[in-house]
Write a protein that binds this ligand. Sequence first.
Ligand code: AMP
Length: 563
Amino acid sequence: MMIGIDLGTTNSLVAYLNNGKAEIIPNVLGKRSTPSVVGLSDDNEIIVGEAARQRISTHPDKTVAAFKRYIGTDREVKLGKQAYRAEELSALVLKSLKADAESALGGTITEAVISVPAYFNDAQRKATKAAGELAGLKVARLINEPTAAAIAYGLHKNLDESTFMVFDLGGGTFDISILELFDDVMQVHACAGDNQLGGEDFTKLLLQYFLEQHGLTFKKLKAIQQAIALRLAENTKISLSSGVDALMRFELKGKEYETTITQIQYEKIVEPLMARLREPMVKALRDAEMNASDLDSVVMVGGACRMPMIRKSVSRMLSKLPHSTIDYDQTVALGAAVQAGMIVADETLKEIVLTDVMPYSLGVGINNPNSREEGDFLFSPILERNSAVPVSRADPYYPISEKQTKVDLGIYQGESRYAKDNVKIGLISMPVTPGPTDSNRLDVRFTFDLNGILEVEVQKDKLTKRLVIEGNPGVLTKQEIDASFKKLANLKVHPREKIENITILNRAIRLYEQNIGDNREYLGELISHFESVLLTQDQVKISDVRANIEERLDELDDDPLGV
Ligand code: AMP
């Protein structure tokens, strides 16, 4: 049996083909998706999924999320004493999905199809494959997410619908892909998107509106109140996907703030975000040299597409009703499972990916005026991710002080605000004559060609310095993969059969921190009671009490999604 996996930034899913029909495999908690979050428990055991996610706000230094954004780079994050690369953390998520599939289907699973964004570069693809290997899975194929979505709708069998757009609006990113199918080949013609636009931005804008109405400022709220306010906005947003209005009520220092938001008001509030959906669609069509009328169909993916206005707006812009019968969150995993089934049956679909877009941003490190630490630079992008290649652009930079005799420019690749969180790929030094800083203007030009080679040129007056950077810093060698494999094998992982207990306990602890007064006291009692029952090791009793506590927590937690 080969499984299909959607290894997502926020959530991951696993599916398989059951008698010709793709089905999602629920995890050990009975949920269809597993948060892509890894943490370290208080006993120094690795925890993965919901149990880890519940600790994001209570144990931020022992929890990591969204590491898919760094896959294919050398960035490491620390969990306790150990540092991990993104492929190692991804491997832990994949291991957990593999275990879920094995327990649901019986037997050992050794092969998988894993989905990746169509714009992933070679290093990111190799790293995703390495993550699979580290999890004990042979990656039979990496499938592009939009291709998987198209396959989930059976578009690969439908010769009348050969050109289509995949519209993917997730929690934090927006991706548009234009695909064409001919003779068993799925070609990705163009990708465009906005990696700063997603469902979370809708939540934030709604919250900002509500707070402004009441003269409150988000930044002035304590971290715990910010978390509660964000949760309130998230719930309101979700209610507005099915109702005409929703009540927002927020308590602060004994005072209650209330506003009813109607669907019409909400649409007005998020208008600036809706307006940003248009440009990537236009850009992708332009890059593919197509008009909207050339598209045979449109597929919608991503949780934020549940907002009815998104579907309406896409239909209007493209004059086409999008395919949206499959659950938006499950489409990619189901498509990956169909692809896995096709490989087993020996009929696969070939893919051609168009990669003439910048897979990541490139720039230089600059002085951080808010930091006193030496070398704590900010990242100043010169070429931004998703620009069409070949591309060349120059920006001016100046020395920080009048006494400087040279400027050292670190060259970085990545998307993080802080230079140290990106991958350093080079350094170029330029001599300057001490004197007023604005008389020492350096023009820094970055040129990125079709072969993925970056040329950096720094010019000052008549002096020019050049540096050519080739190669792939983010790819692990065979030896490094073997070493990682041993490292992961030696980790103490929280026992699978006890994960339900720790998930409930972590949720209760999060709620304890977020509540005050009677509720907090009551939660404290629930936690103590559950801890004492856990000590008895009586599994029947533990499971009874756990079910009971879960019901109590549901009553107190207006956010079943957690965090
Ligand atoms: P994904 O990354 O595809 O799982 O999408 C997650 C995003 O979808 C988050 O921003 C959620 O708030 C959003 N989302 C999930 N369900 C709904 C809903 N019913 N209405 C509006 N947004 C939703």
